[in-house]
Ligand binder design. Sequence first.
Ligand code: 5RP
Length: 231
Amino acid sequence: LSWIEDAKKRAALDATKLVVNDQIVGLGTGSTTKYMVDELGRRVREENLRIRGVPTSIQTADQAKINGIPLTTLDECPRLDIAIDGADQVDPNLNLIKGLGGALTREKIVDTAAKDLIIIIDERKLSERLGWNQVIPVEVIPMSRVPVSEKIRELGGNPSIRQLKNGRGPFVTDNSNYIIDVDFGVIADPSQLEQDINMIPGVVENGLFIDVTEAVFVGYREGVKKIQKSV
Ligand code: 5RP
């Protein structure tokens, strides 16, 4: 493991200790949450941990099933005890940018349904200001991509439709939509921008997660630090 993988894994393992019997657990998406899902699976198999998971993507659902974690839905369990998820950028107020993995809409639905949202990252994701060197992913209905892009320019952003790495057209989300990645530069008012983007017709959701995080576990080159929301 490179030190980054090691840092992600240590943050994930520490956060996973918060999960206890009989909880409904939101399961995030990405390369950091992968360690969390594997560890929950290990505890289910080896320690008889009794939980049910609500996955935030098809990819995480598949990984949870392979791990033997029982799954449920928001139809059955609309309130979760805890959700553990990754992030692309975290500011000192524990506001987030998420969605580089493309799962932002289901993540926002599941993560905000949880009593406690716990974020796991490596130290590279910490930033004094949101938007510094970081695009905001916006999920859009495919037919709306051009008018949404124009309205995003009016809001001061520089939009680009996310493409598949193999060059075969736009990236498609689990919800059969497109992602527009928007460079806004450093964001002065993340809460206002989250609302402004979501008011554009055709936008399904955006990757700003404001004032929803309870705690962040940060994996460093050595050790893990837990940052708690200040009240
Ligand atoms: C996916 C996400 C991920 O949580 C975010 O991209 C972090 O991923 P990783 O842990 O692989 O860096 O928001 O939509």
